[in-house]
Write a protein of this length. Structure first.
Length: 591
C-alpha cells in the first residue's frame, strides 16, 4: 500500500504578499421580485445556521478559471448566475432573536467580488486557493441582507486563476455549488445555457405545501419514527467514544484498484455501482461497530428527482437509511440495499421542526439520545459532480491515502464519495477517539479489499475481519444489548447516580433481559419521583454520547440500600416506596 501524507492546508507556507485587494461592485437587474414561505430544506438548514459554528455550517468551493480569461468575463459570468438563479437573489428577513419564516427574491441588487492580484503564487496554487475559500467560511452570513456568496478572485499579474468562494448553506448545498461551477465554466467557454429545468426555491416551497407534499412529509415522519424507536441510537457506542473532542482530520483515498473492483463487483452481482458501494460501506460500518444494522444518514438523496436535481437551493435533508446486515453473504446484502435506500430516499422531505419534536418525544419515551453519528454522502452520482477542492495530486494512484486538515466533526464518521471512476475517490473524517490514524487508513483500505473480494465472488459476512483487516469494537463483559442499543449498566449506574445527587443506585435487567431496571435508595421523603429521576437522567444523556448510557425502562425507589452490598438480588427484596417508568402515571406503594 502506498500512503502519501499530504500537507495540511493550515501548514502552508505563507504565499508571497499580494497587492492590495480591490473590491469590485457588481450590479444586476431584470429578475422577478417574489416572496413566500421557506422550503423544508431552508428551514432545516437555517436552524443549523443560527445554532452551529459558521466555519462548520458554511460551504466553500474553488473554481479553476481557464487560462487567458479576462476579469470582466468572470464578473459577467457571475452576474449571469445571479440573475439566472433566484436562490442567489434571496434573503430571509426576520426580527432579531427570531428565525426567518419567509424568503424574499430581489429583482435587482448588488454584490461584491474581492480581486486579489499576485506577482507570483505559492508553490501549490490550488491548495492556496482552497485555504482562501476555507478562510471565507468564518463569520455568519447575515441572512436578512447578505449576498450568499463571498467571492475572492485570485489573479496572477492581473489574469484570473481561481475563484475562491464561501457560501451560505441557507441558499446552497454542495450539489448546488457543483451546478454553479459547471454553469460558470460553461459561460466562460461562451456556451449558451438552457433555461433552468429544476424548481426555484419558492416553487419547491409551493409543491411542499400542496396536499401531496404534506402527505409525503407525514409519511417521512412515520418512517423516521419507526427507526428512532427501534434501531441503535448510536452506531459507535463503545468505551473509546468517551474521549471524543469533536474534531477529526480529513483522510482521502484515491484508488484505481478500488474503481476497477467496484465496477467488477457491480457487473458480477448485477446491481449499480452506487448500490454496491453503499452496501459495502454499511457492511463495514456495522461490522466495525458490532451492530446488527447500519443506521446512516444519506444527505444527497433528495436530488434524485428531475424537478430538483439541478436546483440551486439547499436541499440537504437527510435520508435515514437503516440496513439490516444480518445476512449470510455480501451478494444478499447488496440485493436488498437498493430497496432499503429507495425507501429512505422517498422519506427524505419533511418539516424539520416537527421531525425534531418527534425525535424528542420518542427518545424521551425510549430513554435514549439519537445521534447522527454516521453520514455517507455519495455525490459521485449527482448530475454535476461535486469534486473535492483538494488538488488532484495522485492522478493514477492504485491506492493512495492523503491526510488533510482537522475540521469540526458533528458526527463520529463522515464520508464523501466524489467519484468512482477512473478512481475511487473518497474522503473520510473518522473520530480519532474511535479510530487511530492507522485504523482510519485501515478502514478505507478494508473497503477496497471488500470490493476486490466481491469482484471475484460472494463474500460471507462472517469473514469480514479476515477479508478486510478491520476488527470489531471491543466493549468488555459489562456491556450488553438492551432495547436495540449497546449499553454499559455500570456507566448507566454512575450517570444516574450523579443525576440524582449521589443517591445509591443499582442497575439490573428485567425478567426477560431486554430492559434495564434502576433501583434508587432515596430515603423516606417524597423526592425524587420516578418522573423526576427520568427527567434528570434525560437532561444529562447527551453529555454521555457513545458511552453506553440509556435510561432504564423502570425506576424502583426504595428507602435505603441493602446491607448485603455484595448481593445484587438483595435490592429486589427491599420494600418499595414508589415505582414507575418515569414516563407515565406512577404506581405508589403504601406501607
Amino acid at each position: 500500500m502506498n500512503t502519501a501524507v499530504g500537507k495540511d492546508t493550515m501548514d502552508l507556507n505563507p504565499p508571497p504578499a499580494p497587492h492590495t485587494p480591490r473590491t469590485v461592485s457588481v450590479t444586476y437587474a431584470g429578475g422577478d421580485e417574489r416572496r413566500g414561505p421557506l422550503t423544508m430544506g431552508q428551514a432545516n438548514m437555517i436552524r443549523c445556521i443560527l445554532r452551529d459554528d459558521p466555519e462548520h455550517i458554511n460551504n466553500h468551493d474553488v473554481w479553476a478559471i481557464p487560462a487567458g480569461t479576462a476579469v470582466d468575463a468572470v464578473i459577467d459570468a457571475l452576474r449571469t448566475l445571479a440573475l439566472r438563479h433566484e436562490g442567489l437573489r434571496t434573503t430571509f428577513p426576520h426580527a432579531p432573536g427570531t428565525a426567518p419564516v419567509e424568503q424574499v427574491v430581489a429583482a435587482e441588487g448588488t454584490f461584491t467580488v474581492t480581486v486579489v492580484d499576485h506577482t507570483e503564487f505559492p508553490e501549490e496554487p490550488a491548495r492556496y486557493a482552497e485555504s482562501v475559500a476555507r478562510a471565507a467560511r468564518a463569520g455568519r452570513f447575515a441572512l436578512d441582507r447578505e449576498f450568499p456568496l463571498r467571492i475572492s478572485l485570485l489573479t496572477l499579474g492581473g489574469v484570473p486563476v481561481h475563484a475562491a468562494l464561501a457560501s451560505s448553506h441557507a441558499v446552497t448545498d454542495g450539489s448546488a455549488l457543483a451546478v454553479l461551477r459547471e454553469e460558470f465554466l460553461a459561460l466562460l467557454a461562451g456556451e449558451e445555457l438552457p433555461p433552468p429545468a429544476s424548481f426555484a426555491p419558492l416553487d419547491l416551497a409551493a409543491q411542499e405545501a400542496s396536499p401531496a407534499g404534506k402527505r409525503k412529509s407525514e409519511a417521512s415522519l412515520r418512517y423516521w419514527e419507526r427507526i428512532i424507536r427501534t434501531e441503535p441510537q448510536e452506531m459507535f457506542a463503545e468505551p473509546r467514544a468517551a474521549g471524543a473532542d469533536g474534531r477529526a482530520r480529513q483522510l482521502t483515498l484515491r484508488s484505481g484498484r478500488g474503481a476497477r473492483a467496484l465496477a467488477a463487483a457491480a457487473a458480477r452481482i448485477g446491481n449499480p455501482e452506487a448500490t454496491v458501494l453503499l452496501a459495502a460501506w454499511c457492511a463495514l460500518v456495522a461490522h466495525r461497530s458490532g451492530q446488527d444494522s447500519c443506521v446512516t444518514a444519506v444527505p444527497t438523496s433528495n436530488r434524485f428527482h428531475p424537478t430538483i436535481a439541478r436546483s440551486v437551493n439547499t436541499l440537504s435533508q437527510d435520508a435515514l437509511l437503516c440496513l439490516d446486515v444480518r445476512d449470510p453473504s455480501f451478494d444478499t446484502l447488496v440485493r436488498k440495499t437498493w430497496g432499503a435506500a429507495l425507501n429512505a430516499y422517498r422519506h427524505s422531505q419533511f418539516d424539520s421542526v416537527r421531525l425534531w419534536e418527534m425525535i424528542d418525544r420518542v427518545t424521551g419515551e425510549r430513554g435514549s439520545h439519537f445521534a447522527r453519528d454516521v453520514v455517507f454522502n455519495d455525490v459521485s452520482v449527482l448530475p454535476a459532480t461535486f469534486l473535492s477542492t483538494s488538488p488532484q495530486e495522485s492522478g493514477a494512484a492504485e491506492l493512495d491515502l492523503t491526510w488533510g486538515p482537522f475540521q469540526a466533526l458533528p458526527t463520529r464518521m463522515l464520508a464523501f464519495t466524489y467519484e468512482t471512476a477512473p478512481q475511487l475517490h473518497i474522503s473520510l473524517w473518522a473520530d480519532p477517539a474511535l479510530f487511530t490514524p492507522d485504523e482510519a487508513e485501515g478502514f478505507l483500505t478494508g473497503l477496497v479489499r471488500l470490493l476486490e473480494a466481491a469482484a471475484i465472488g460472494d463474500v460471507p459476512l462472517e469473514s469480514l475481519t479476515g477479508v478486510t483487516g478491520v476488527g470489531q469494537a471491543v466493549r468488555g463483559h459489562d456491556w450488553t444489548r438492551v432495547n436495540g442499543c449497546w449499553v454499559s449498566p455500570s456507566t448507566v449506574r454512575d450517570a444516574l447516580g450523579a443525576a440524582v445527587g449521589g443517591l445509591p443506585v443499582h442497575i439490573a435487567t428485567d425478567a426477560e433481559g431486554s430492559d434495564l431496571v434502576a433501583y434508587i435508595a432515596r430515603g423516606s421523603d417524597t423526592a425524587p419521583t420516578p418522573t423526576g429521576v427520568h427527567e434528570a437522567l434525560m437532561a444529562v444523556l447527551p453529555a454521555h454520547g457513545g458511552t453506553g448510557v440509556i435510561a432504564p425502562a423502570r425506576y424502583v425507589l426504595v428507602e435505603s440500600p441493602p446491607a448485603e452490598r455484595d448481593r445484587s438480588d438483595a435490592w429486589h427484596r427491599l420494600p418499595i416506596l414508589e415505582e414507575g417508568t418515569g414516563r407515565s402515571r406512577q404506581v405508589r406503594h403504601e406501607h
